[in-house]
Design a protein around this ligand. Structure first.
Ligand code: GLN
Length: 261
C-alpha cells in the first residue's frame, strides 16, 4: 500500500514538473507586441481585431522566430518606457529619435517616409506654392496631438521657443482619430504623421490634410529592450528580407486603400 502511495506521489510530482516546464516553454515562446491601435494604416481596429502594416510585420517576425504573437493595445506614450521584457517589442509607427534611443534599442528603419501633417476642415487653410501649410497659419490655434508623439513634441517645442507655431496650444488626445473627431469643438486642427493624417482625411468628407512646411522627415523603427542584441539582430534580418521582398510596400498599399493625395 505504502509502495503504491510513493509511486503515485512520484507520478504526481513528475506530472507537475512536466506541466511547469510546458508553461515555462509557453512563456518563452510568446512575443509581446505593444502598439496603439489608433494609427492607420500601421495599426487600426477592424471589428474586434487590430490590423495594419505593423501587425503584418509582427506576424512575420513571430512566424520566423517560431513564437506565439500576443498584441497589446496600450497608450502610445507608455510603449517606449514599457519595453522591459526580453520577449517584448514596440511596433507602433515609432519614430526613431535620440531621446527614445536612450530608453530602447531600435531596429533598422522600416518606413522612412513620415513627416508631420495637419488635418483641418476643408478650405480652412491655404496652401503655399509647394502645396504645404506654413507654420504661421497654425499660430495661436489649438492643435490636437496624440500624447507623447513626435507631433506632440514638435508642437510643444515650436510653441515654447516662439517658433513655427508661436502662441498655439498643444492639446493631448489618446490618438489622432479621437483628436480629429474633436476638430471644430475641442481643437482647431490636428497634427499627426503623414499617412495617418491622409487616411483620416480620406475617411471624412469635411476634412483635408497637408504637409506642414519646414519640418524634418521621420523614420519608423521597432523598439526592443536595451541590450537585447539577439532579438534585435533577428528582427533586423527579418526586416531586411521583408523590405527586400517588397512586402512592406505591399502591406502599405493593402492597408492604405482609402488614402488619396
Ligand atoms: N511616429 C510618431 C511618433 O513616433 C507617431 C506614432 C504614433 O502615433 N503611433 O511619435
Amino acid at each position: 500500500m505504502k509502495k503504491i502511495l510513493v509511486i503515485l506521489l512520484i507520478i504526481v510530482f513528475a506530472c507537475s514538473l512536466f506541466v511547469l516546464s510546458a508553461c515555462e516553454k509557453d512563456k518563452k515562446t510568446v512575443l509581446y507586441v505593444y502598439t496603439e491601435s489608433g494609427f492607420p494604416p500601421f495599426e487600426y481596429s477592424k471589428g474586434d481585431e487590430i490590423v495594419g502594416v505593423d501587425i503584418e510585420i509582427a506576424k512575420a517576425i513571430a512566424k520566423e522566430l517560431g513564437m506565439e504573437l500576443v498584441v497589446r493595445d496600450v497608450m502610445f506614450d507608455s510603449i517606449v518606457s514599457g519595453i522591459n521584457e526580453d520577449n517584448a517589442i514596440g511596433l507602433a509607427g515609432i519614430t526613431i529619435t535620440p531621446d527614445r534611443e536612450q530608453a530602447v534599442d531600435f531596429s533598422i528603419p522600416y518606413f522612412g517616409d513620415a513627416i508631420q501633417y495637419v488635418i483641418y476642415p476643408k478650405g480652412a487653410l491655404e496652401l503655399n506654392d509647394e502645396l504645404m501649410i506654413e507654420g504661421d497659419l497654425l499660430k495661436n490655434k489649438v492643435l490636437g496631438v496624440q500624447t507623447g508623439t513626435t507631433g506632440d513634441n514638435i508642437v510643444q517645442v515650436e510653441v515654447k521657443e516662439g517658433g513655427l507655431f508661436a502662441g498655439a496650444t498643444a492639446k493631448g488626445y489618446d490618438n489622432a482619430l479621437i483628436a480629429a473627431d474633436d476638430i471644430g469643438s475641442g481643437c482647431d486642427y490636428v497634427v499627426i504623421d503623414r499617412l495617418t493624417a491622409l487616411q483620416i482625411a480620406a475617411a471624412n468628407n469635411n476634412l483635408e490634410a497637408s504637409q506642414i512646411a519646414g519640418l524634418d522627415a521621420e523614420s519608423y523603427g521597432i523598439a526592443v529592450k536595451k541590450g537585447n542584441k539577439v532579438l534585435l539582430n533577428a528582427i533586423n534580418w527579418i526586416l531586411h528580407n521583408l523590405l527586400e521582398e517588397g512586402k512592406i510596400d505591399q502591406w502599405l498599399e493593402e492597408h492604405s486603400e482609402s488614402i488619396e493625395e
